[in-house]
Design a protein around this ligand. Structure first.
Ligand SMILES: [Zn+2]
Length: 134
């Protein structure tokens, strides 16, 4: 059966500070630059979730979009939206909330409920985004 990839886009806003506990203050400033500012800063993130599957001949669809929306909103968006990732999201205890780590945390959460998860794409700014395929 033909396999199709379906992507849905979600939005959330969150604050973070790029700061590693294993680096000195000076090294943190050098590595993260202004993103190491102690007060933190925020982004409007765009998360694209791609699932894949055979096209059901009866429905003509490869995925239940309502179920996908429900899972992403309940398990990811509600957890991250309008939060300070360093202080309010336990997955970032001891883990710097960089785009690289955020996209992996989202994968860890979603892959438990979405067996046909194929790719995540996290857009952090206009010019930078992170892709992860588990
Ligand atoms: Zn940032």
């Amino acid at each position: 059966m033909p396999k199709v990839f379906l992507t849905r886009r979600y939005k959330f806003s969150a604050a973070h500070r790029l700061h590693s506990e294993t680096l000195s203050e000076e090294e943190n400033r050098r590595v993260y630059g202004k993103c190491n500012n102690p007060a933190g800063h925020g982004h409007n993130y765009c998360l694209e979730v791609t699932v894949t599957g055979p096209v059901d001949p009866e429905t003509g669809m490869c995925s239940d979009v309502e179920e996908l929306d429900r899972v992403v909103k309940e398990s990811v968006i509600e957890k991250l939206d309008h939060k300070h990732l360093n202080f309010e999201v336990e997955e970032f205890d001891g883990r710097v909330p960089t785009g690289e780590n955020i996209v992996q945390v989202v994968w860890e959460i979603l892959s438990k409920s979405l067996p046909h998860l194929y790719q995540l794409r996290l857009q952090e700014t206009r010019d930078n985004f992170f892709e992860y395929r588990g």
